[in-house]
Structures are given as C-alpha cells and as structure tokens.
Ligand binder design. Structure first.
Ligand code: PMP
Length: 286
C-alpha cells in the first residue's frame, strides 16, 4: 500500500479522505503537476514548482505549501514508497467550503486541499514505445481558452485518448482552425530537414516543462528550432514527428491518421533528443 500526502500529513492511501464538498470534486477547481522520478531523483522539479505557482496565481488560489517544503514532501514520498522510476502526482484544489456555491470561498476559512501520491513505473526511461514510435489521430480541439493553466479539467483529453484507443492509435493531436495545438497530454512537434517545429507559447497550449528543456537542449546541440503554428497537413508530410511530456520524455510519432511518416519507424532527430534529454535531466535531477 502506498504512503500518500494529504494536507500536511503522510498516511496509507486507504486512510486519505477528501470532502464531498471539495471544489476539485464538484467543479474541477484545482490544479496539478506531474513530476517524473528517475534513479530515485526528481526530474525538472524547479520547472514544475514554478508552473504550479503560475497556475495558482492565474486562478487566484492560495498555495498551502512553500517550494522548499514541497521538495521535501516529494522526496519523502519517493523514499517511503521506494520509487526508483515513476511519477509523483500533485493536486491542489480550492478546498471544501461545506456546501456547493459558484462563488469562490474565503481562503481564510476554506484552506486549499493538497494531495500528493506516487506512481511506480519501473522501466519508464527504457519504454519499448520509444523504439517503435506512436500512432496518433487528429481530433478537433474543443477545450476552453486557458489551456496554459494546468487544471484538473481533463474530461476532453480523456475522451481524446478513448477516441485514439477505439481507432487503434496511441494518442490524439488536437486541431484548431487547421493548426495543431498539442497532444491530449503532451506537446507536439514536427521535424522538416534539420528544423524542429513546434507551436509557440500562448494561452492555447500548456507550457510544457519538458518542452522548455528539450528546446534548450536542441539549441545547445546546434539544432534549428522554429516556434510557429503548423497545420495537420504539414505534419502529415513531415520527415518526423514527436511529443514531449514529463511522463513520456520525448516520444517519436510515426503515423498521423492514415499518413505514415518517413519509413514508419522513428527517425534521426526524435531518438537523439530523447537521449540528450534523459542524459541531461538525470544529471540535473534533485
Ligand atoms: N500539454 C498538455 C495538454 C499536457 O497535459 C501536458 C502534460 N501534463 C503537456 C502538454 C506536457 O507538459 P510537461 O512537459 O510539463 O509534462
């Protein structure tokens, strides 16, 4: 049984209970982060802590914990659960006011709820999917307009994954006005020649922590990066494609709808970026 963290205390997972009036449960009024663990250490912890604060600020939600204490809780959960490779899920909601009301409760009387738990994933870094490459389908992006805030409102991304599964694919890329926004739980990229192309940051996409690191490493390795919109048609004619996220790192995409990219196997750029990302971020892990 896992040891989890709830509102200041560590406890067995079956003892952790949250109110039925919690606004995370009633209104998806909460934010989250997922940090990966490799070799028992946290990957990109700082980036996740900074984005968490940004999400909280955007929703005028109080933080129940300092960055230093948050690091300590992450480390303690890794230790208590013996995690070598896996993830730590963190969620903060606007708390449980004791009734249902659209108006935000007073944070003085309704403190936020904070939950963290671990997910053990041995073999996360050596995933066979990275050798084979993924198939994605394209679906319309019908999410709200503040996708830069990492909220727990994940119903449409969850439906997108189900549409992909039904179509025999691994994931879905979302399309708005003909342009790819992002994957259901990852950022999307195409490669043309030596150029890595990905949508620029705005309210339309989540500002991926893995994205920031991968683009930095790409530039340091003298690869060309172009941050601009690309259409799904351009993607289908690209030399390569890939996704990034904290739990998949860099993952090649070899098929988009019916279009097979290149030879239908991972190309040159995505596997190289995966290698660099893993190597550099393990070196910098805390
Ligand atoms: N876009 C969306 C919609 C996501 O849900 C995620 C992962 N949570 C990402 C991008 C990738 O972000 P990160 O690299 O910080 O995991």
């Amino acid at each position: 049984m896992r040891t989890v963290y709830l509102n200041g205390d560590y406890m067995p997972e079956n003892e952790a209970q949250v109110s039925i009036f919690d606004r995370g449960f009633l209104m998806a009024d909460g934010v989250y982060e997922v940090t990966s663990v490799l070799g028992g250490k946290l990957i990109d912890f700082d980036g996740h802590a900074v984005r968490l604060q940004r999400s909280l600020d955007a929703l005028e939600m109080q933080s129940p914990i300092s960055k230093e204490d948050l690091l300590e809780v992450h480390r303690e959960l890794v230790r208590a659960n013996g995690i070598d490779e896996g993830m730590i899920y963190l969620q903060i909601t606007r708390g449980a006011p004791g009734d249902r009301d659209f108006v935000f409760p007073d944070p003085e009387t309704t403190p936020p709820t904070i939950v963290l738990f671990t997910q053990n994933k041995p073999g996360l870094a050596n995933s066979p999917a990275a050798q084979k490459g993924m198939k994605v389908i394209s679906i319309e992006d019908i999410r709200w307009g503040r996708r830069d805030i990492k909220t727990v409102q994940l119903l449409y991304p969850s439906m997108g994954k189900m549409m992909a599964k039904k179509a025999g694919a691994d994931d879905a890329w979302m399309i708005e006005d003909g342009y790819v926004t992002e994957g259901t739980s990852n950022n999307a990229y195409i490669v043309r020649g030596n150029k890595i192309i990905t949508r620029a940051l705005s309210n339309d996409i989540l500002h991926g922590i893995t994205r920031a690191a991968v683009l930095r490493f790409a530039q340091e390795a003298q690869m060309e990066v172009e941050e601009r919109n690309f259409t799904i048609d351009e993607a289908k004619e690209a030399d390569e494609a890939f996704i990034t996220s904290a739990s998949t790192f860099v993952m090649p995409v070899v098929q988009i709808d019916d279009a097979v990219l290149g030879a239908g196997v991972p190309g040159r750029v995505a596997p190289r970026l995966r290698e660099i990302y893993l190597e550099e971020s393990i070196k910098a892990a805390v």
